[in-house]
Design a protein around this ligand. Sequence first.
Ligand code: HAM
Length: 415
Amino acid sequence: MLIRVPKGTQDILPEDISKWYYIEDIIKEILNKYGYKEIRTPFFEYTDLFVRGIGESTDIVTKEMFTFPDRKGRSLTLRPEGTAPVVRAYLENSMGRISKVIKLFYIGPMFRCEKPQAGRFRQFNQFGIEIIGTKSPAADAEVIITALDVYKKLGLKNLEILINSVGCKKCRFDYIQKLKKYLKDKKELLCSDCKMRYEKNPLRVFDCKKDGCQKIIEKAPLITENLCQECESHFAQVKSYLDDQKIVFHEDPRLVRGFDYYTKTAFEIISGELGAQNAIAGGGRYDDLVEELGGKPTPAVGFAAGIERMIIAIDQQKVKWPEEKGLDIFVAKVDEKNKDSAFKLLQKIRNAGLSADMDYSEGSLKSQMRIANKLRVRYTVIVGEEELSKNMVILRNMQTKEQKEIKIDNIINEL
Ligand code: HAM
C-alpha cells in the first residue's frame, strides 16, 4: 500500500515552487526595506517555552501542540508559532545588549494539530516580524503597514483590518473581575472548554467558536470600555498613525486572539478570498512576554502571516504569477557516440556560469528537442560527429529557430 503524507500536510511540488520563491523574495525585499534582519530558530523547542509563552488555557497549548519526549524524557514540541522562540533566542543571545530595539523576521514551517480543512493545515508556513525593545505606538502601526506593503506588492486586494486593544496587566485584571462577574450566573450555559476558560482565563471565552458561548459573550462588558488611561492613549495613537497613512481599519472590541501574551494592540487581517479560514495575518503587542520568559521588562510587538493562505488568495484573485525562468542552454547529441563530448561541453557551459542541462538517456535528437522545449531553454547546442571533426557545434536559437555553426572555443562568448 502507498504511504501518503501525514494528514494536514502537503508536498510543495516543483511546478509550484516558483510561487514560493516569488513570495519569499518579495517578503525579504520589503522586510529589508523596513530594516528587519532574518532569524532562524529550531523547528522544535522545549515544551515549557510554549506553555509559559502562549498560555496554559489557550487552544494551541491545550489541544494543538505536537509534543513528544526526547530519549532522556524531556518534553519537546514542534513550534506552533514563532514569537515565543524568537523571544527565547533574543534572551539567550543577549540581543538587547547589541541594540535597544531589535527588528527580526522569520519565514518557515509551524505545526499545529488542528482539524485540517481548506486553508488550515497541520504543517503550514508563516512569515513574521517582531520588534523587541520599544513601546512606541508607531511600532504597532509599522507592523500593520509592513504586512499591508507585502500584500500590496503581491497584488492582494479585498483585505480587511480588524483592530482592538486588550489592555495591559493592570487594566485587564480589573476588567477580568468584571467579566467573571458577568459570566458567573451563566457559567452552566457555557461549553465544557469555556467552563475551564472561566476559571483559568475568562478572556478566552471570546475565542470560543460555539454559538451558545458567542451568544453569552455578546452582551459581556468590553475590554475597550475598561482600558486604563495609558492603554487608551496608546490605542488612540496607533489608530491615528494608521489614519495618517490612509489605512482603513475596523475596530473589533471582541478580538482577543488565541494567545495569552498579547497586551494593548491586537489585530487581524482577513481576506475576502479565503472562506472560513479567512485570517491571512494576525499579531499585536506583547509587552510582558520577554519578562515572563526570564528577561528584563521589555516591550515588543509583531505579527505573523500564513503563506499558504496568501497563495490561495492570490490564486482566487487570479493574479498572474510571474513566468518561471527556463534554463539558458540545452546540450543535445546527434548520436550516442557524441555523449562524452556533449557532457564535457555541458560542464564547460555550467562552469562559465550559465544554467544548462542535457538528456542522459538514449533519446533521438527529436526527443531531446522536445525536452529542450519543455525546459524553455533559450538555446540548444547540438553536438554532432560532422561538426565535432571541425571543432564546431550547431547553435539553435529556440525562439527564432535559427541555427548556425560556431567554434566550440567561441561558444561561451557567443552565449
Ligand atoms: P496566528 O494568528 O496564530 O498568530 O497565526 C498567524 C497566521 O498564520 C494566521 O493569520 C494564518 O494566516 C496562519 N495560520 C495559523 N494557523 C494556520 C493553520 N493551521 N494553517 C494555515 N495557516 C495558519 C501567530 O502565530 C502569532 N505568533 C503572531 C504574532 C507575532 N504575534 C506577535 N508576533
